[in-house]
Design a protein around this ligand. Sequence first.
Ligand SMILES: NC(=O)c1ccc[n+]([C@@H]2O[C@H](COP(=O)([O-])OP(=O)(O)OC[C@H]3O[C@@H](n4cnc5c(N)ncnc54)[C@H](OP(=O)(O)O)[C@@H]3O)[C@@H](O)[C@H]2O)c1
Length: 287
Amino acid sequence: MTKVAFIGLGVMGYPMAGHLQSKGHDVTVYNRTVSKAVAWFGHFGGQQVATPSAAAADAEIVILCVGNDSDLHEVTQGEHGVLQSMQPGSLLLDHTTASADMARRLAQACEARGIAFVDAPVSGGQQGAENGQLTVMCGGTPEAVSRAREVISCYAKAITHMGPVGAGQLTKMVNQICVAGVLQGLAEGMAFAMKAGLDTQTVIDAISQGAAGSWQMVNRHKTMIADQYEHGFAIDWMRKDLDICLQEAAANGSDLSITTQINDYYRELQQRGGGRWDTSALLKRLV
Ligand SMILES: NC(=O)c1ccc[n+]([C@@H]2O[C@H](COP(=O)([O-])OP(=O)(O)OC[C@H]3O[C@@H](n4cnc5c(N)ncnc54)[C@H](OP(=O)(O)O)[C@@H]3O)[C@@H](O)[C@H]2O)c1
C-alpha cells in the first residue's frame, strides 16, 4: 500500500483516483471545486483536504491531473502548491497533457528538493479512465518510472517508458497529431459519401474493417451521422493540445502543415460555440 495524494478530480482524475483507493492504496484527494472532492470521498472513502500542499504533506507519490501548463504551475508552485510540502525521496507523477518544457521545468524544481518526477500523459479518454484501461506514456529516469508503474497499473492497460523527462509529453503530441489527421480524413470521407448520395452507414460498414478503418471511424461514425457531438473529447482540449504540438514543431523544425490547418478548423468550430463538442465535429464544417 502506497500513501498517494491525487490533485484534480476532473473527468479523468475522478475515476483514476477511485481505482487507486479501490485497489488498496491510501489516497488523499484535493479538488479546487470542493463539491467534487466531497462526492469522491462519499463514493470511495480515503481522505479529502482543502489544499494541494495539505494533500501532499506525507505522500510517497503525488499525482496531478489538471488542465494545462498554468494550472500545473498553480498546483505545484503556487501559494498552496504541492512542492511546498512534498518530502525529499517522494515522487511527483503528472498525468496532465502539457508541454515538454513544463515537464522539464517541473523536474528541475523537483530535483532541487530531492523529489523524483515523471511526466505521464494518458490516452483512452473518459471511458479508458473509468474502465482502468488507459494508455500511459512516461518520461523520466528508469528508477522513477518503475516506481510510478506500481500506481499507474491500477488504471492503465499499457505503460511505456519513452525516455527522459519530457518524452512522455512529446509522445502524446505525436498521438494528437495523428488523431487530428485521422478525424479530418474521416470527416471529408463521410461528407463526400453524403454528397455522392451514398448511404453513409453502409459505406462505413463496407470500409471500416479494411485499410481505412480507425478507432475514430468505428467509435464515432454513428454520432457523426446523427449530428450529435455533446460527448467525447472536447474541441477546447484538442485546441490546447494542438497549440502545444505547433509550438514544439516550431522549435524542432517539423512541418505540421495539415495539423496547422486542422487547428484552424477547430478554432472556427469554437467560434461557432462548439468548444465542448467532440473532436469528430469537423464534419459540421463540411455538410
Ligand atoms: N477528457 C479526456 O478525454 C482526456 C483524454 C486524455 C487526456 N486528457 C487530459 O487530461 C487532463 C485532465 O482532463 P479532464 O478531462 O479530466 O479535465 P477536466 O474534467 O476539465 O478536469 C480538470 C481538473 O483540473 C482541475 N484544475 C484545473 N485548473 C486548476 C487550477 N488552476 N487549480 C486547481 N485545480 C485545477 C479542475 O478543478 P475544478 O473541478 O475545480 O475545475 C479539475 O479537477 C487534461 O490535460 C486533458 O487534456 C483528457
